[in-house]
Design a protein around this ligand. Structure first.
Ligand code: PLP
Length: 406
């Protein structure tokens, strides 16, 4: 089992106080805190390894390039991709999805062609396709959820047609915690010759991912949600797709030769990495992946599940509690409302007790529409959280409920 006391020492910020109260940080779905080793790596990068990558013959540039390319190999290993050229560094999940929507859309989608998403998508996996819709007239179809807020697989399958070109769905819902059966969906989609993009923003920090075992065609995630730095993310894509897709942006690094008459593009992965990459952050992301794997994703999963069960049991005892997301397979996220207390009031008052939760639509407005609500309060857990912190959350919710006469 995990040594939580020792793990917590790696994250000084979670031992800080707000309004004179110990911080209880339960907004890990939005971003995770960074362990000291990641913070040190960023500092070390700027102190000792800072020179632009890929372009210099001098020592420092080659050193920075080696570190950056080793980080790519680390991500390849982490996802079990076939080759490091299938790992594209981006700014995050959002940019990765936009890249696919633009470039896959450019190569493989025409007016009337369809993409299937789900009702639980983050805006980044909806609006990116709407931009393509505006550009090319594609059609967005969306699969609904059942009463437990799990994907309705029959409905999803019924959306496939002759015009389906891609399924793009989240692995884990940032609002509901629902873990989607992506392997099953990928197998079904492939039986119809349709590729699948998996949004792993909320899955990689909590469960083991093997892109070859999943056989997904694209997989995307953000560094900052897996204890890494902001500003860096990943697009994994199968070479067979990436090779056929045009560049997303033009600039340095993504070209082989440029003239005013003809420009030729670089090979993978550089074709999709125009401009100077965030080479200090890619290296620190690799350190974050080392950190997570040293703790062990199996142990993380088990511990976080324990937190989720504890929190669920405690929440069920709170009068007026409504939990959104009751999937059989669920990650450690609790979205809730109590009576008719506005989510914003609950969040503001919990904050005054030192408890950081998120409120609102969580960048998933269509999901809110399908649930018939404006927003929720969301507590999202990490392996550095404890049952004592959940007890504080529960006591805080009870206190706020009392203030509202419940
Ligand atoms: N997809 C999901 C499921 C998310 O939870 C998030 C962020 O909360 C995103 C995409 C967007 O991630 P980012 O803002 O890091 O690009």
């Amino acid at each position: 089992m995990l040594d939580i006391n020792s793990i917590r020492k790696d994250f000084p910020i979670i031992e800080s106080t707000v309004y004179g109260k110990p911080l209880v940080y339960l907004d890990n779905g939005a971003t995770t805190q960074k362990p000291l080793c990641v913070i040190d790596k960023l500092r070390d990068g700027y102190l000792h390894h800072n020179a632009n990558v890929h372009r210099g013959v001098h020592f420092l540039s080659q050193d920075a390039t080696d570190l950056h390319e080793s980080a790519r190999q680390r991500v390849q290993q982490f996802l079990n991709a076939r080759e490091s050229a299938e790992i594209i560094f981006t700014r995050g999940t959002t940019e990765s999805i936009n890249l696919v929507a633009y470039s896959f859309g450019e190569a493989f989608m025409n007016e009337g062609d369809e993409v299937i998403v789900t009702d639980m998508e983050h805006h980044s996996n909806i609006v990116s396709w709407q931009l393509l819709q505006a550009r090319k007239g594609i059609v967005i179809r969306h699969a609904r959820l059942n009463e437990l807020q799990e994907l309705d697989l029959e409905h999803l399958q019924s959306l496939f047609s002759e015009r389906t070109r891609l399924v793009s769905l989240t692995h884990v819902s940032n609002v509901l915690g629902t873990v989607n059966p992506v392997k099953k969906i990928i197998d079904y989609a492939h039986s119809k010759n349709v590729p699948v993009l998996v949004d792993g923003a909320q899955s990689v920090p909590h469960l083991k991912v093997d892109v070859q075992a999943l056989d997904c065609d694209f997989f995307v995630f953000s560094g900052h949600k897996i204890y890494g730095p902001t500003g860096v993310g990943v697009l994994y894509g199968k070479r067979e797709w990436l090779d056929k897709m045009p560049p997303y942006q033009g600039g340095g690094e993504m070209i082989k030769t440029v003239s005013f008459e003809v420009t030729t593009f670089n090979e993978l992965p550089y074709k999709f990495e125009a401009g100077t990459p965030d080479f200090i952050s890619t290296v620190a992301l690799a350190t974050a992946l080392d950190y997570v794997e040293a703790i062990g994703l199996d142990d993380i999963m088990e511990y976080e599940h324990q937190l989720l069960t504890f929190c669920t049991d405690e929440f069920h005892k709170i009068p007026g509690m409504r939990i959104f997301g009751n999937a059989h397979e669920k990650s450690a996220v609790m979205s809730f409302l109590v009576g008719d207390i506005h989510h914003y009031d609950m969040g503001m008052l919990l904050d005054k007790l030192g408890i950081a939760v998120r409120t609102g639509h969580h960048c998933a407005e269509p999901l809110m529409h399908s649930l018939g609500i404006l927003g929720t309060v969301r507590a999202s857990f990490s392996f550095y959280n404890t049952e004592e912190e959940i007890e504080k959350l529960v006591a805080g919710i009870r206190r706020v409920s009392k203030m509202f006469g419940m």
